[in-house]
Design a protein around this ligand. Sequence first.
Ligand code: COA
Length: 151
Amino acid sequence: MVIITDATEADLDQIFQIETESFEDPYPYSLLRAYLFLANKLYLVAKQREKVVGYIIGIIQYGYRGHIVSIAVEPIYRKQGIGAKLLNEIEERFKLNGARYSYLEVNTNNLSAISFYRANGYLIMYVRKNYYGRDKHAFVMVKNLYYKYLD
Ligand SMILES: CC(C)(COP(=O)(O)OP(=O)(O)OC[C@H]1O[C@@H](n2cnc3c(N)ncnc32)[C@H](O)[C@@H]1OP(=O)(O)O)[C@@H](O)C(=O)NCCC(=O)NCCS
């Protein structure tokens, strides 16, 4: 059984391990650690028994929108609904903090993440060119947290 809980300093090594397995340009350990202080109650881990199998970081901007800073699930635990659980929980917390919508940037080449977000109610809004570096573009995807999607 997977539980979603607040991330702590003790989880950082495992979070960093997942990060390096998941991204070509992983966030440095120091940044993942700094978010423990910046993303109060919006830094969550998925745990199976005591093991960290995924994490998500969010922040509230301007009091009305939630930004997904990062999400990753350990490769062998993917496609079991853990990513959706992390996303649902952070969206609930965004709402509790007054956010009306949630948004994120995703690499235009990251087709599995794009389809994951679409399946969870996010729509592509526009492209941010060179967001990840030269010729590495991002889609900005947005979800209205108060609108029930039919499809
Ligand atoms: C994006 C990511 C977090 C999704 O995590 P996940 O735990 O695999 O997500 P879910 O299991 O909730 O959903 C993923 C897919 O599995 C499917 N799925 C969910 N439960 C399933 C199950 N029990 N059996 C089979 N498939 C299932 C979902 O339908 C979804 O399919 P889709 O992508 O075709 O729509 C994960 O792929 C990841 O860590 N990627 C690398 C890091 C990354 O790119 N992060 C996003 C950066 S913007």
